[in-house]
Design a protein around this ligand. Structure first.
Ligand code: GDP
Length: 303
């Protein structure tokens, strides 16, 4: 299936390296852990996440009295899933979609990460589940952004509420909400501008947009989804930190996982920011957007 295929680069490079380690060492010792640390860091798992993991592994190996490296693989995957899951309950890992009331989702992220594509893919998915979906072109800043979202709208036959380039994003989103209410839409997906060059502007704009949404619809926005490009590795992590300071991010969409061997970034984001990865992009087709399943992801790495 396309989940497996989309992760094949990460899986191949990771499992090759792990199997190589296991074969080379046979016995679990300090050198083995040091090399394992390197393998994990090279997969972009993130230094502090790796250090946590290695500590936990050492304890677990002692506790279970494991001496053979071939047995360590299972423990690594168990610990990775544990680290990913943290202390959260299951509910906040799923997209928060309300039944019988308007759900509003805000998409944030820098240009080029795949924000528009993700909105298009998700709109298509929700529509095929029978929901009435509307899009709002809140990125009024980047030339071409409104047009690009409109093209997606045409392609999947979903209406797009838009103003002209340079107009006030909060005003467009206000109009989107009114349209969603009067047309009795189930879900409103809102694009936003993603300039990081000026943090103060970014923060002000996102807060203004959020205030409008909060004022118009109680308990909205139901999701603020930060879109990150997995191929940018540790850069994605630093973008995430900036956006998390600018607004309350409720979930991550990690795109282009199909294009990288460093899918370990999922674990770093989760562990270092505490924000769940809710969706992953595994290709350019409209169907290449999937719910993120940490268990399948991690076990896939060791297959
Ligand atoms: P935006 O500027 O954030 O709105 O980014 P776009 O949605 O325009 O996407 C930028 C490029 O990334 C486009 O060529 C998309 O087709 C591509 N893209 C988006 N998501 C994925 C993905 O999951 N996998 C791959 N391979 N390409 C993607």
């Amino acid at each position: 299936d396309n989940y497996k295929e989309g992760l094949s680069k990460t899986r191949k490079s990771f499992s090759e390296k792990i199997n190589d380690l296991v074969a080379r060492y046979r016995k679990v010792d300090e050198d083995f852990f040091e090399d394992l640390e390197e393998v994990l860091i090279s997969a972009d798992v993130g230094v502090s996440t790796v250090l946590d993991l290695i500590d936990e592994l050492k304890m677990e190996v002692k506790r279970q009295n494991i001496s053979d490296t071939s047995e360590v693989k299972t423990v690594i995957s168990e610990k990775l899933v544990e680290i990913y899951n943290g202390d959260d309950d299951e509910t906040n890992k799923e997209l928060n979609i309300k039944e019988n009331e308007l759900t509003i989702m805000l998409f944030v992220g820098v240009n080029g990460v795949g924000k528009t594509t993700t909105i298009g893919k998700l709109a298509h998915q929700l529509k095929s589940e029978g929901k009435k979906v509307l899009l709002t072109a809140g990125d009024t800043f980047r030339a071409g952004a409104i047009e690009q979202l409109s093209e997606w709208g045409k392609r999947i036959d979903v209406d797009v509420i838009k103003h002209s380039e340079g107009s006030d994003p909060a005003a467009v989103i206000f109009d989107g909400i009114q349209a969603a209410k009067s047309r009795k839409a189930d879900v409103l997906l809102c694009d936003t501008a993603g300039r990081l060059q000026n943090k103060v502007n970014l923060m002000n704009e996102l807060q203004k947009v959020k205030r409008v949404i909060e004022r118009e619809v109680p308990n909205a926005p139901h999701e603020v989804l930060l879109v990150l490009d997995a191929t940018t590795g540790q850069n994605a992590l630093s973008q995430a930190k900036t956006f998390a300071q600018a607004t309350d991010v409720t979930g991550i969409v990690l795109t282009k996982l199909d294009g990288t061997a460093k899918g370990g970034i999922v674990l770093a984001i989760r562990n270092e920011l505490g924000i769940p990865v809710k969706l992953v992009g595994l290709g350019e087709k409209v169907t290449d957007l999937q719910k993120f399943d940490p268990q399948a992801f991690v076990y896939g790495l060791f297959a």
